[in-house]
Structure formats: C-alpha cells, structure tokens
Design a protein around this ligand. Structure first.
Ligand SMILES: Nc1ncnc2c1ncn2[C@@H]1O[C@H](COP(=O)(O)OP(=O)(O)OP(=O)(O)O)[C@@H](O)[C@H]1O
Length: 300
C-alpha cells in the first residue's frame, strides 16, 4: 500500500531522513519507532505529499506522493503529532466542516466516536477543550474518515490511560476493517500491542523492520527454578540456550517446538517456572539503548 524508495530529505546540509526504503502492506498496522528527531514525522510528511523529497520517492496505492498528492490525500487520513484546531468553532461544527471536505460521509461516525467513545461535549467551543480533548476530537475525525490508510503520529501522546486503550482498540478495529495504519509513538508497550510490524529509525535512517508475529512465535523466554542444581548441559534438539545461570535458577531462550520442550520439562526436577516472550524494549535498546553500537555517521 505504501512504498518508499531511497527516500531522503535534507535541510541544507542536514539529512533529516536518509535513504529510507520500506514497504507497508495493505491491511497491516506498521509501527514507527525512534527517538526525538530521528526522522519519523519527516518521513510521514513526505508520504502525505506535504514535503518534497530531496531524492528518492514515496507512493501510496501506486500514486507518487509528491506528483500525485491529491490522489494520495484522497486515500489517507492523518493525525498530526501536534494537533492545532480553530478554537472559535464548536466541536460539532468543526467535525461537520472537516467531514464536508471528504464528502460528508463520515459525519455520523465521527460524532458517535467523539461523543460516545471519547466522551466529548461537541456543543462546546474547541478553545475550551484541553490538549487531550483536542487530540480526541482529531482522532474521532481520523477514525471516521472512509479511507484506505490512516497515519497516526503519536496518537496517544496527550491522552489519559483509559483513552489510550480506546485508541488502541480503534486501531485494532481499523485493521479488522482492512485499513492500513502507520502508528508512530514512543510508548513501546502500545506499539507492541497493536503493530504487525515495527520499524526502528535512528538519525534519519531505517535501521530495522521486525515482524512482531514472527518474533512472538519464534522466541520464548523461560525462567526455571530447579530442586537442586540445574543440569549442566541441555538437550541440543530442544534449541535452548542459556542467558543466565544463578544457583538453582536458569534463564533460558527457546526457539524450537513446544511439545518436546514440555516433555523435557516434565522429566526434570523443576520447582517453579515462568514462560514469556521478549518485549520490544530489548529490540529497541539494540539501536538506542546505552550499549547500542554507534554507526560511523554517529561518531563523526
Ligand atoms: N523544517 C525543518 N528545518 C530544519 N530541520 C528540520 C525541519 N524539520 C525537521 N528538522 C530536523 O529533522 C530531524 C528529524 O525531525 P522529525 O520531526 O522528523 O523527527 P521525529 O522522529 O518525528 O521526532 P519526534 O519524536 O520528536 O516527533 C530533526 O533533527 C529536526 O530538527
């Protein structure tokens, strides 16, 4: 649905986005992660046709984002990271106006989302709304747009925990309805909860794309407490590797099938166990944590 090839944007000599090539598949939720200033918003603005790439290209549904930006905008709804709305309008008037720009088809849904799901009073002037309320109003509009692609730039940044959950639920619904979603954010657990794949950016570069389903499927973490000393060696065919050994406790990674693992566990003097998956933090920290490898550009 979205394809970028060598997408690059420089401000003077400063490369804000460098040579980003990625594909977002139709109907998936694509998480975009990276620290402040890593180029997420600049990438998004080029996909929206709001910024002209210095080189490379971006396309949505086969339409070039710069040269055919009208076709692109017809298919895309965008929630900016910083929501700025005209304060003099009442909530309802603003939704009506924004909907009219799209032909008016989403108004009932936008009003229902704003009033019933987000709990807003649409008879009030927008200037009386708090930051979070404004974000909710913009979200109600974005989720009501009858479009193929939703681009949400930090959609939960101003929201309280309950509203955050509502938004994550709406993202899941959008995906079920076949919409393609780009979700940029800083709260790793939220991105982890909704994204099918996650891209990690660093200093304008796309460092890594991870398939979250494969990640969950392929890697299991096991914490085992043995009655007595844990075995020195582990059966090779189980694809277990030791992360840590501490007295009676073994912390293991497992990549193989579950059946043989369960049989082996049954044969062992295991006093207690916990099984989990690795969270996104570990992957993120590989590129941005205290021990992350600096690339050549960083050292300059
Ligand atoms: N108009 C501009 N002129 C000059 N530099 C810019 C401009 N817009 C963005 N930049 C720079 O480009 C880099 C990428 O910015 P961008 O807004 O894309 O980051 P981001 O990953 O979205 O950050 P955040 O998480 O804070 O929203 C930053 O170093 C920023 O200072």
């Amino acid at each position: 649905m979205i394809v970028t090839e060598g997408l690059t944007k420089s401000y003077g000599k400063f490369p804000a986005v460098r040579d980003v090539s990625m594909e977002v598949r139709s109907g998936e939720v694509f998480g975009l992660l990276g620290p402040n200033g890593s180029g997420k918003t600049t990438t998004i603005r080029m996909i929206l046709g709001l910024l002209r790439p210095s080189s490379g290209s971006a396309a949505v549904a086969g339409f070039d984002c710069w040269r055919e930006s009208l076709q692109v905008r017809r298919r895309v709804s965008y929630l900016p990271g910083e929501v700025r709305l005209p304060g003099a309008a009442r909530g309802y008037q603003l939704l009506k106006y924004l909907n009219a720009l799209r032909g008016g088809v989403g108004l009932d849904r936008a009003v229902a989302l704003a009033e019933r799901v987000m709990g807003l009073d649409l008879s009030k002037k927008v200037r009386t709304f708090s930051t979070g309320m404004k974000q909710k109003l913009a979200l109600a509009q974005a989720f009501a747009d009858p479009v193929d692609v939703l681009i949400l730039d930090e959609p939960t940044s101003a929201l309280d925990p309950s509203a955050r959950n509502i938004v994550l639920g709406l993202v899941a619904e959008a995906r079920k309805a076949g919409q393609t979603v780009i979700f940029s954010g800083h709260v790793l657990s939220e991105v982890e909860q909704v994204a099918d794949r996650v891209a990690i950016m660093r200093r304008g570069r796309l460092m890594h794309v991870e398939d979250m389903h494969e990640r969950r499927r392929n890697l299991r973490l096991l914490l085992l407490r043995f009655q007595g000393t844990p075995p020195e060696s582990l059966p090779e065919e189980l694809q277990l590797s030791v992360r840590e050994r501490n007295g009676e406790v073994l912390f293991l990674e497992h990549r193989g099938a579950v059946g043989p693992l369960l049989s082996w566990l049954h044969s062992q003097p295991v006093a207690d166990l916990a099984i989990g998956t690795e969270d996104l933090r570990t992957l993120y920290d590989r590129y941005h944590g205290p021990n992350a490898e600096a690339d050549a550009e960083d050292r300059r």
